[in-house]
Design a binder for this molecule. Sequence first.
Ligand code: SAM
Length: 461
Amino acid sequence: MEFPLAFIHRMREQLGEGYTDFSNSLQSPPSISIRLNPQKFNKSITTLQKVSWEPNGFYLQKRPVFTLDPLFHAGSYYVQEASSMFTGYLFKQLFNEATPLKILDLCAAPGGKTTHVASLMNQKSILVANEVIKSRAHILAENVIKWGNPNVVVTQNDPKEFKSLEGFFDVIVVDAPCSGEGLFRRDESAIGEWSVENTQLCALRQQRITADIWGSLAPGGFLIYSTCTYNPNENEKNLVWMSEQLNAKSIKVPVPVEWGIHQIEWHGMVGYQFLPHKIKGEGFFAGIVQKESEDKPFYFKVKTQPNQLSRESQVTLKEWVKEPDNVQFQIKEETIIAYPAETESLTLYLQQKLRVLKSGVIVAEQKGKKFIPHPDFALSNMLQQLSFPKIELSHYEALQYLKKENIHTTQAVKGYHLVTYQDVPLGWTNHLGNRSNNLFPVGWRIRMALPKKEGLKPPFL
Ligand code: SAM
């Protein structure tokens, strides 16, 4: 692997004696890691090495074909680079689990930090996962649906379009688009796109993004800033820029020395740098700043009233969800959406202000008096599994189901069945007697050819 000379020179200067180890580490293969979804995976893992800063993070010895693992499709884990799991650690240093929060993940696709923060917040909190690029925003929405938290709203807005939400968010995560130096060993195309000019443009873009979003941070609120680069202009110097231009205050957190994370202090601002020769992971940088300004309480008003479901329909659907008293159903044309009651009005308010791609959970389509359960609902943590007849599939059958093939079963009962693998829901089938309809979404289906049943490797978890 060859690197641009200007990059080598700068890194030599930055790292001094450490440069040789750094450079050698870039010639070795990157580690592979996953973060478990505590809502969908509760077996204890003893055979895999843990990520020091994330209790649900584990390194894999080699890269499996994730597509051939049904638990991957079910949202039981997220394939996430280990260093970037540090955002979750920072989040936990700021808040305890009981605090209700309004959170924004501004540059969220494909959803690593979003799914992480979603697992750390409580039911009274709401997370807006935003991605400006449309195609990436749809991938983000898919990953959020599979992760299963109902109180994540997916939006597709430019950072400057958040200006109307002044003082709204208690926390904003800005995982900024960057020059990607930390990804060189994982993604060679990042090397080709690198230039000094490009890193300068990145630093200016990061400043623009932060300035655009700063107004929507509540007084006293926190902004977790991160990049996957080693470039000081995009990292610590941008934190200094935030202090000078936005009056941001740096927040330092305790980080055990044995983790190998390098703490950078620059003009009073603190950041945490991950270097691949010091930690098991890729290059990453993160820092927290706080907005210092007078406390102004935030008020909001919802203009539109949602269409409530008929009492009769509510009686049926309340049996479908886990905590019926905490759920509000709405109907839009024939689509029934469930919202966590505690964040419903906030969600409606956000719908007035932003381009919302997903909010709440689509539970069903209503056809006359019948409800057809929706694929999103099967994957949601709101689902009351006990209310549905279940079909538990083997590894191979689950892959056939995910490929949208019809599965053969001896089930006698007609109607909708929840399809599970290792007890984790994958989707629905409709039994019609002598045949069944596979209701897995076409857009999510496995496209690769399945190996022969005998050749299928056992699941790695
Ligand atoms: N946070 C994500 C995760 O953990 O999976 C990774 C985010 S990636 C580092 C940066 C994201 O910023 C990309 O999805 C990119 O499309 C988005 N982006 C690009 N230009 C942007 C801009 N001008 N404003 C906001 N976001 C932008």
